[in-house]
Write a protein that binds this ligand. Structure first.
Ligand code: BES
Ligand code: MN
Ligand code: ZN
Length: 487
């Protein structure tokens, strides 16, 4: 992982120095006097657009250096700048980057430095553990970033500490998401999370016998066709010393989703290793919150199962009884996420009585049909809660779009043989999935369901991630905790 530090002055021995440039900023105001002429000549086509980079070589402080002018746009986009620099330098052969922020106004400098650092760290995350023959030219070389902040070192370090915690949480999530399903299955997911106990997170695990005892037949029905045993993982963080009521985060953790007997088509099925992205986000958020010692009380629950076809697997037409006592006719074994969530949500309610629940799940392909890859869908029984979460998402650029719910949708999952069926018609498939979960939320509980099917894995790089696992949800939930529970 990149090592990032803050310092007062520009070091005299750094080969590569980055200077931020705001939109249409005059050369004399950002370039040291020695390099103004070279910079002017090099920037004919550059107006400080966010993330744009102009590279030049010039003598500065007596030696020839590579100078990277990096655009920050009209609103001083620190993240875009940090991301662009890392994208450019990560495998460039360069080991060390100095980013000189002394041109940025004092009061804004610490926050700008911390935001730039976080984007740099997030954008540099890679998953190379299984690449034993990676050519040298593709290996990351960039090791350190030093950010020059003048007399703002203490302020920058203070601003960076919580953002670093969140970046580490997101990295934890991404590793869980990227691991293949032969390595990451319910039991090994739980093992990976054991490291959180060192941060003060309390862990409780239910095995299949314990869940059977409690009658959690919906979750267990999904797991029935797998050689891997299911787990219910509960992680608790209380940074309020018992002063606050708990809020629950619940994640769908299907470590592989073949569809079960309603088998998915072969092409693209490998994507279903990241069908535990909701659980991964919840786990990474707990890491972030515990690392930064958030003043909040959170109970996180991950429903961990593998959905496989087998002689023992559940069949279309089966009727199962959930922990809540409600019965479910299974019409499609590929609509398994809601079966896992309904028992996880039931369990956390009967045990901890949270008044607010937020669940995250890669629940429906229909969500991607609705919103593409730009927004996750949010469904909620409470306008205030929905607005808070949408607002938090906007701040961290993990965007959400509110989706409708209602009685007419709810009726679509009535079953002739049981209390409900696990699928509705094809149309509005994300909404009927949300209605299904809503039937398990207790009276008076504020609940939001985030369908993040399109957000967990990226097929092209973004500001905060390369292709692959995005860590979506960690910055979002952390921001909501900060704004609403700690605010
Ligand atoms: N895990 C999938 C949803 C999914 C699909 C997530 C693509 C990410 C990318 C979920 O378990 C599923 O299979 N849903 C079905 C529901 C249908 C059977 C009602 C779907 O979306 O097709
Ligand atoms: Mn499925
Ligand atoms: Zn699934």
């Amino acid at each position: 992982m990149l090592s990032i530090s803050f310092r007062a002055d520009r070091p005299s021995d750094a080969k590569t120095i980055a200077l931020p440039v705001a939109k249409d900023q005059a050369v004399e105001t950002y370039a040291p006097a020695e390099i103004v002429d070279v910079a002017r000549a090099a920037t004919a086509n550059f107006a400080g657009e966010p993330g744009a980079i102009v590279a030049l070589h010039a003598t500065l402080d007596g030696t020839i250096r590579q100078i990277l002018l990096v655009g920050t746009g009209a609103d001083r986009a620190a993240a875009k700048a940090g991301s662009a620099l890392v994208t450019r330098l990560l495998t460039s052969g360069e080991q060390r980057l100095v980013v000189d922020l002394s041109g940025i106004d004092g009061p804004q400098r610490a926050e700008f430095a911390a935001a730039l650092a976080q984007a740099a760290m997030l954008r540099s995350w890679r998953f190379d553990v299984y690449r034993t023959k990676l050519p040298a030219k593709q290996k990351p070389t960039l090791e350190t970033i030093e950010i020059v902040v003048g007399d703002g070192v203490d302020a920058a370090e203070a601003a960076w500490a919580p953002l670093k915690a969140v970046a580490e949480g997101a990295a934890f999530t991404r590793t869980l998401v990227a691991e293949p399903a032969n390595i990451l299955y319910p039991e090994s997911f739980v093992e990976r999370c054991q490291e959180l106990t060192a941060l003060g997170v309390e862990i409780e695990v239910l095995d299949e016998a314990a869940m059977r005892e409690l009658g959690m037949g919906a979750l267990l029905g999904v797991s029935q066709g797998s050689e891997r045993e299911a787990r219910l993982l509960c992680m608790k963080w209380d940074g309020t010393g018992g002063a606050a009521e708990p809020v629950a985060f619940v994640g769908k953790g299907v470590t592989f989703d073949t569809g079960g007997i309603s088998l998915k088509p072969g092409p693209g099925m490998e994507d279903m290793k990241w069908d535990m992205g909701g659980a991964g986000a919840v786990a990474g958020t707990m890491k972030a919150l515990a690392t930064r010692k958030a003043k909040a009380h959170i109970i996180a629950v991950c429903g961990l199962v593998e959905n496989m076809p087998d002689g023992k697997a559940q069949r279309p037409g089966d009727v199962v009884t959930s922990g809540s006592g409600q019965t479910i006719e299974i019409l499609n074994t590929d609509a398994e996420g809601r079966l896992v969530l309904c028992d996880a949500i039931w369990w956390v309610q009967q045990k901890y009585h949270p008044k607010t629940i937020i669940d995250l799940a890669t629940l429906t392909g229909a969500m991607i049909v609705s919103l593409g890859y730009e927004h996750g869908g949010i469904f909620s029984n409470d306008d205030g809660l929905a607005e808070q979460i949408v607002a938090a998402g906007k701040k961290v650029d993990e965007k959400l779009w509110r989706m409708p719910m209602g009685e007419v949708y709810d009726k679509l999952i009535d079953s002739p043989i049981a209390d409900m069926k696990n699928i509705g018609p094809r149309e509005g498939g994300s909404i009927t999935a949300a209605q299904f979960i809503a039937r398990f939320v207790d009276e008076g509980v504020k609940w939001a369901h985030l369908d993040i099917a399109g957000m967990v894995w990226a097929s092209k790089p973004g500001t905060m991630f390369d292709k692959g696992a995005t860590g979506y949800g960690v910055r979002l939930l952390d921001q909501w905790v900060k704004d609403v529970l700690e605010g």
